[in-house]
Design a protein around this ligand. Structure first.
Ligand SMILES: NC(=O)c1ccc[n+]([C@@H]2O[C@H](COP(=O)([O-])OP(=O)(O)OC[C@H]3O[C@@H](n4cnc5c(N)ncnc54)[C@H](OP(=O)(O)O)[C@@H]3O)[C@@H](O)[C@H]2O)c1
Length: 288
């Protein structure tokens, strides 16, 4: 069996490439070689690759910039996803697409189920929701996996930003009133492969287990980064309110995702976010 992975070079694609299941070969294609916004280019690339499965890890992920670059966000996250789904259907391949907790508005206090009504607060979430709808329309058997707060040793993410700021300043203020779940790109890749190989379709959720605020996440990064030798000294992390750190895009105050359907298909729960984070930190070079 063969999988074609888009968005090569991104956090998720890198981990997907590193962990193909037994019996699968993978081809990864980066934005330079395939801009998913170009339907004809997508058709040619998909027909040439002839995969059994497309794993779409390509996305416009700049949540704040999306507010002013909305055309790019919509064209990548909605139209690009739709192009891949259409090309998959045309050659009889399946497609697994990745979406986000930011399709929800956070106005709840229980974990979001896959069937809960979405209500995105910003352009990024709206464009990702439109991508979900477009993919399902073009490829009715598609797998759509929502995730959240993704980090890895590569690419730009909160974990690496915190380590950089903590190393430079020794102190950082982080919002404590937005609640979600940090998620290792490694466990996300494992879940996506597992669901895809199991033939899952429809909308499912994957994050690591547990809940945290961005402040909790930062505090843990400081403690575990120091313990692992990535930080010379333990940083001081100060909790602040969202109002004290205004951003162009509004974010949900609570975006914990219910993972029951994913855990039932995979036959196991996700690891707790703190142990998944320690595993990622253990792979990071001490000099970074
Ligand atoms: N990161 C998070 O916290 C988070 C949270 C929830 C959901 N997700 C979702 O999880 C998935 C994977 O995210 P990630 O963190 O791995 O993202 P990422 O590291 O930003 O990688 C996205 C990749 O997509 C590529 N790309 C962008 N525009 C493209 C285009 N027009 N054609 C082809 N490739 C294009 C990017 O290439 P360039 O770098 O060259 O532009 C990059 O390699 C995405 O669907 C994202 O929406 C992420």
């Amino acid at each position: 069996m063969k999988a074609l992975i888009t968005g090569a070079g991104g956090q998720l694609a890198t981990e997907l490439l590193a962990s193909p299941p037994t019996g699968w070969s993978v081809e990864a294609i980066s934005e330079i070689d395939l801009d998913i916004r170009d339907l004809e280019a997508v058709r040619v690339a998909v027909a040439r690759s002839a995969p059994d499965l497309i794993l779409n890890a390509a996305a416009y992920t700049a949540v704040d910039r999306a507010e002013t670059e909305s055309e790019i966000a919509w064209s990548v996250n909605r139209d690009g996803a739709a192009n891949l789904a259409r090309a998959a259907t045309e050659i009889g391949a399946r497609i697994a697409h990745v979406s986000t907790d930011f399709v929800f508005d956070g106005q709840t206090s229980r974990a979001y189920l896959p069937g809960d009504a979405p209500a995105p607060l910003g352009v990024y979430g709206a464009s990702k929701l439109a991508g979900e709808i477009a993919v399902a329309a073009e490829a009715p058997g598609a797998l759509i996996l929502r995730t959240a707060w993704v980090y890895s040793p590569h690419g730009g993410n909160f974990l690496k930003t915190m380590l950089r700021v903590m190393a430079a300043r020794g102190t950082v203020s982080v919002v404590a009133d937005q609640i979600g779940t940090p998620t290792s790109a490694t466990t996300l890749a494992e879940a996506l492969w597992g669901l895809a190989v199991a033939g899952a379709s429809g909308v499912h959720h994957h994050t690591d287990a547990g809940v945290a605020s961005w402040y909790d996440f930062a505090q843990a990064i400081g403690e575990d980064g120091h313990a692992a030798g990535l930080l010379e000294r333990a940083p001081v992390v100060t909790p602040i309110a969202t109002e004290a750190y205004p951003t162009p895009a509004r974010r949900p105050a609570f975006s914990v995702l219910d993972k029951t359907s994913t855990w039932n298909i995979l036959g196991r729960p996700s690891p707790h976010w703190r142990s998944a984070m320690r595993e990622v930190i253990s792979r990071m070079p001490v000099s970074s």
